[in-house]
Design a protein. Structure first.
Length: 80
């Protein structure tokens, strides 16, 4: 959780925040480099109203971010 928040804070430039996919990819890479069995997950809301997907990272099936994490989204794809 600490690493997830650190990634989220460090990728911000002023008031601009990168998309969830960028945050999730950086977090995923950092976790994998320290030999954690992280998985990148991409999903849609349970009742999608548009094509916007969301990305987050899981460790052992537990959402570790980046914030807001899974946030009510259903998994479409998972990458180890």
């Amino acid at each position: 959780a600490k690493l997830s928040h650190a990634v989220d804070r460090s990728l911000r430039i002023g008031s601009r925040r990168p998309r969830c996919l960028v945050n999730a990819l950086v977090l995923y890479r950092l976790l994998r480099e320290q030999d954690d069995d992280a998985e990148l997950v991409i999903g849609l809301p349970a009742r999608p109203t548009d094509k916007d997907a969301h990305a987050w990272v899981e460790l052992g099936g537990v959402d570790v971010g980046p914030p807001p994490g899974r946030s009510g989204h259903d998994e479409l794809a998972r990458f180890s």
